[in-house]
Each structure stands twice: as structure tokens, then as C-alpha cells.
Ligand binder design. Sequence first.
Ligand code: SF4
Length: 358
Amino acid sequence: MKVKILKFSDHPLPTLPMMEDLPLERIIGITSTIPIEIVFAAGYIPIDLNNIFIGDRHAYGMVEDAESAGLPRNTCAWIKGIYTAVMKYRIRKIISVIQGDCSNNQALMEIFQSEGVETIPFAYPHSRTDKRFLHDQLKMLADNLGVDYSRAEEMKKHLDAIRAKVHEIDRLTWVENTVSGEENHIWTVSTSDLIGDYAVFEERATRFLELARKREPIQHDLRIGVIGIPPICEDLYPFLSSIGAHVVFNEIQRQFSMPYPTETLIEQYSRYTYPYDIFSRLEDIQQAIPQRNIKGLIHYVQSFCHRHIHDSIIRKHVQLPILTLDCDRPGPLDGAMKTRIEAFVEMLKYHESETLVE
Ligand code: SF4
């Protein structure tokens, strides 16, 4: 079957904020998804440092700059990119997730402190059922930013309506097949900070939906899912698309969009799977496989990331072919990676055709 690759040029996407135009005193850098409802309610602009790093034309060089500044080569490239992004844009205030995200964050926070950057710690509870701990953390964050907690709950209602548009983009990806896996990735990953301006984000999402609803379905040979943290490599999605694989599930990025209907911030951030144990994530993945008719999974793992250890647990519990893909730095896939992906997709296509014959 011939594969149609979509061009983005005529479709609005959530582009990165123009950092130079933003008031520096209102910017709060975030290192991972945190309750942005509190940040917006307090009048600040949340900026996901991961996104401004990976969206930078010089992302590869930003990793090298961090190494020149002393960060070890054998540290995850996202950490190094975040470091350089903070230095490049002279960000003065950061919320850092010290429990439930990254084992390197504590040290990164200390580096920022030594550089005179104000750091505000935020911790997810060890267990998603520990709602008292989560409540205390949410309240502490609101107090720290000088906003009444009830205003953050009001902001949640507003952002819920905006996130619903991204949930619809996700639905168009796997039900109508009119949104590509890459577009799905970009929209869902951008919900971590709503590009720092939820009104602009909403306007673009509305326009994108109008256009995507008019499209013909994407022709494809195979439906696959990408699980694990968002990939650092730049051409994974176009490459998959070029060999007939339609990505209908971006696991962690979808979690950033807060996919479950909830009434309160506590409920919302205890259902969000990423900060908790692997078993919450497995539940979500296992539900998506039959629902989205997924035939194989790419488990993306970042070089030097502790989350790589989860690969064996995922393989033990998920009864589907899995390709584990490990990348280090920003940039295109190398030849060996492409060959592995191609062989995996061909194998899945072969199984698919055998099943149809039976
Ligand atoms: S990829 Fe892993 S090590 Fe790197 S920032 Fe994310 S959680 Fe931390």
C-alpha cells in the first residue's frame, strides 16, 4: 500500500514561544510536567525546558555546551539540554521535580542553585494513592507562588476544556486516522506547558482540528505504538511513516495531556501515570493495545536514563512484539537504527499478512 506523508506547512501547530519576547521575571522554567494550573493562576508563564531545548536549531550543540561547562558525557542528553536552555535564556526561576521524574534532577537543581537560579522543589508522592502528600505539595507550590489554591482549581476547569481539544486530536489519530503520529506527538508533548500561553494554544488547536477533520484518512500498512519518554531523535516519526507504520499511540506524551476526566487537581495528578511506578503505566499501555488495535511497540529509551531498567518489566507483561530503541543525542536516526526499525516493521507486516490468510 502506498504511504501518504502529510505535510505540516498548511496546518497550525503549537510552535515554541519566542523566548526573547517574554518578560523574564514572569517565566518559570519546568523540568517535567507539573501542575501548570498553579503557575498560570499565579500569573507566571510556564516554559517546558525540554521543549525549548529540543526545538532549538542548535540542540546538538546545546548538549556539547553543557559538557564544556562540566556536565559529564555519560549523563542523559535531556539533562544537559535543560542546563544549556536555562543558561541561554537566562531563566531565573525553575520548578524542579525532585521525586517522581528523574534521578538526576536533585543534582541538576543544585547546579542551578550554584549558578544563582531560584529553584522551587516539587515532589510527587511515592504512591499515587498518597493523596495527602500530593495535596500538601500542591498547596506548598501555590503558597510558594503566592496564589490562592482555589484559583488553581478554577484554572483547571479552564485548561480541561483546552486539553479536551488535544484529546480530540488524539482520537482523530487512532479512530479516524486523519492525524499523523508525529502531529500527535507534537500536540500532546506541548501540553506540558501549553506553549506558555494557553489562549494561543487553544486557538491553534481549534484551527488544526477544523483542518484535520476535512482530511482523508492516512493510508498505512500497520498500526504501532511508541512508549517511553518522548524520543530525542528528530526523524523517528517521518521514518516510520515512510515505511508504512502509523503511530496511533504516544504513551507518555498522551499522559502529559491529562487524558482522564477528573474533578480536582489531586485526582488529576494522581491518575497521571508518569511519576509513579511502572505498573500504572503498564495498565495504561495494556488498555491501549486492543483499543487502538496496535500490532507492535517501539519502546524508546534514552541513553544513561534509569528508566531503561523498566524495559525488562514491560517485555515480561506485554504480549506484543517490542523493539527497544536507544538514542543518545538530538539528530537524525543513524543507519543501524533505521535498519533495525525497518526489520521490525517488516516482521510485523509479515505477521499481519499471515494472520489475514489464516
Ligand atoms: S530521560 Fe531519564 S535521565 Fe534523562 S531527564 Fe528524562 S528521566 Fe532523567
